[in-house]
Design a protein around this ligand. Structure first.
Ligand code: SAH
Length: 213
């Protein structure tokens, strides 16, 4: 796979569009201008990599829309020293964007086919999350907690309380909540067992599933 000047040009146009749509973080836009989304797409869809839409990947899942990736990443307000958990590795595109902002990324995926495929892709591209885990992230990753940031990239039917418990003081959880459509929510831990709750518009995600359901 190659990242040609044509791809780079298309990516610049996409970044301009994200800016027009309201993404303001220069760090997020800069990192997204460097990550070749076409590396993370299904072979038959690479020509659409710089269209601002979600597309199918393996196991009936989707690679998130670039705007959604930018929006969620911006809400995380990531710093390089933050330890981050991503729930829903999927194509690995969002993981690659996170890795541009912090080296301490843990990512978990419950579809084995995707887990294997994306793990291979990471090594091929030289991307090194701290851990890529096959498993159910519905209840987070207690053995590695606490995290400064937790990002859920699938639609949660309700808030999994365990995720709040795995945040550091001042930690943030960004999670889309809802069934048919999701509200983007951000929870910030302001004191022991106290969370500030913010809501940011509607999005559509594939469902966050639990092995227990
Ligand atoms: N960040 C990904 C989004 C993929 S879609 C990308 O941009 O490509 C959401 C992913 O969450 C799917 O791959 C789905 O299998 C995964 N998922 C759903 N429920 C999960 C759970 N309980 N634990 C871990 N992953 C889950």
């Amino acid at each position: 796979m190659q990242d040609t000047t044509k791809h780079q040009g298309l990516r610049r146009q996409l970044i301009d569009l994200l800016r027009e749509k309201g993404i303001t973080s220069t760090r997020v836009l800069e990192v997204m201008s460097q990550v070749p989304r076409h590396f993370f797409m299904d072979p038959g869809l690479v020509n659409f990599a710089y269209v601002d839409q979600a597309f199918p990947i393996a196991a009936d899942q989707t690679i998130s829309q670039p705007y959604t990736v930018a929006f969620q990443t911006e809400l995380l307000a990531l710093k390089p020293e933050h330890k981050v958990l991503e729930i829903g590795t999927g194509s690995g595109y969002q993981t690659a964007v996170l890795l541009g902002l912090s080296p301490n990324i843990y990512t978990i995926e419950r579809q084995q086919e995707l887990f294997k495929k994306t793990q291979r892709l990471f090594s091929k591209l030289g991307l090194r999350p701290k851990r890529v885990i096959f498993g159910d992230g519905y209840k987070g990753l207690p053995e590695e907690a606490p995290f400064d940031r937790i990002l859920v990239t699938a639609g949660a039917p309700e808030l999994p309380k365990e995720l709040l418990q795995q945040l550091t003081p001042n930690g943030k959880l960004v999670i889309p909540i809802g069934t048919k459509e999701q509200k983007m929510m951000r929870f910030t831990k302001t004191a022991e067992k106290i969370f500030d709750k913010e809501s940011f518009g509607n999005f559509r995600f594939v469902p966050l599933l639990s092995n227990k359901n």
